[in-house]
Design a protein around this ligand. Structure first.
Ligand SMILES: Cc1cc2nc3c(=O)[nH]c(=O)nc-3n(C[C@H](O)[C@H](O)[C@H](O)COP(=O)(O)O)c2cc1C
Length: 307
């Protein structure tokens, strides 16, 4: 069973006992307070336990899953589920136990821990963001640290559909390459994003990846996953037009992204005017600035430099 380690306060709304040939099953209807995550968010649960107090079935649903146009609401859905399971466990206890025993818990795939995980947000592998990634890779090689690069454009990542089901289980409904991203991010010390400005935002594939971090937020808050506080976030941006004002949206995106990821944003650097300059390597001192920021972030998070 994929049971949530309950990190949110729950109130028992109702308990009923179903007597069966396999012994008594207890069906509990609970309500969890998630208002520390979102205003008014509540998570309703139905938990079935056997005579040995083992959870054999669980249903979770939260108030944010239900759009204004829907007739059903979270509490009614949970009550309906409790009623149905009441009948089904009474009539076919063995089938029910057998069915739920076949469901396996989902977990994040194990990942090699890397000192730096870098999300290279430009679809151009050898563009300016790619150059920045290269400077960081060179610095990590010099320091003897490890680095993993994520290319959102090469990955199978479904856009977030706003179903909010991640706030039930701690996992996105889509099982795709994001599980690997989360596993890497969870274990890194420094998370770096390199990105160009695209239409006053970030390129599409990176935006999709960023939106999917909602499930990482849910995972951290419901299951305690996350980097454990000693992580640092960095954001490096480039843009075509002249002027720092062109980075205003990216600054906001960076702030929102790292807040969702639960990682303090501890450094940024920006290079504008690429339409004219073309090559970020021509910006005096920029490579050094980026590498210095990365070095400082590594120091902050407990250096493992092998110099
Ligand atoms: C589709 C698209 C949209 C862009 N939108 C902007 C923009 O809104 N503001 C800006 O300053 N530059 C914009 N640019 C220019 C890029 O930010 C610039 O070329 C950057 O160097 C590309 O980064 P890369 O070399 O890492 O791929 C845009 C480029 C593309 C291809």
């Amino acid at each position: 069973m994929n049971r949530i380690r309950v990190m949110i306060p729950e109130q028992i709304l109702e308990t009923r006992v179903v007597q069966t040939a396999l012994g008594d099953f207890t069906i509990m209807l609970v309500c969890g307070d998630c208002t520390h995550l979102y205003p008014g968010m509540e998570r309703y649960g139905v938990r079935v336990t056997d005579a040995m107090d083992r959870t054999v079935a669980e249903f979770l649903t939260n108030t944010y899953e239900y759009t204004p146009a829907m007739r059903l609401d979270a509490k009614s859905a949970a009550i309906k589920q409790a009623d149905e399971w009441g009948e089904e466990f009474a009539d076919h206890p063995a089938d029910m136990v057998e069915y739920f025993s076949r469901l396996h818990p989902r977990c994040l795939s194990p990942a090699e821990a890397a000192d730096v995980v870098l999300i290279q947000g430009s679809p151009r592998p050898d563009g300016n963001s790619g150059q920045i990634a290269g400077w960081i890779a060179a610095e990590m090689a010099r320091l003897g640290g490890t680095m993993q690069i994520i290319y959102p454009d090469d990955m199978d990542i479904h856009p977030c559909i706003g179903c909010y089901q991640c706030y039930n289980s701690g996992f996105c409904t889509f099982a795709d390459d994001m599980d690997e991203v989360f596993a890497l991010v969870q274990r890194c010390r420094v998370l770096v994003v390199c990105a160009p400005v695209y239409s006053c935002s970030v390129p599409g594939a990176l935006k999709i990846l960023i939106d999917r971090f909602q499930a990482y937020h849910a995972h951290r808050n419901l299951m305690g996953g996350g980097g454990g506080g000693r992580q640092a976030g960095l954001f490096f941006g480039v843009c075509g037009r002249e002027g720092d004002a062109n980075f205003r949206p990216l600054r906001e995106i960076a702030t929102a992204f790292f807040a969702t990821a639960g990682i303090p944003l501890s450094g940024t650097a920006w290079a504008d005017g690429m339409d004219r300059i073309r090559d970020v390597r021509q910006v005096p001192g920029f490579a050094h600035e980026v590498q210095e920021i990365v070095r400082r972030a590594l120091e902050q998070t407990g250096s493992s430099e092998k110099e």
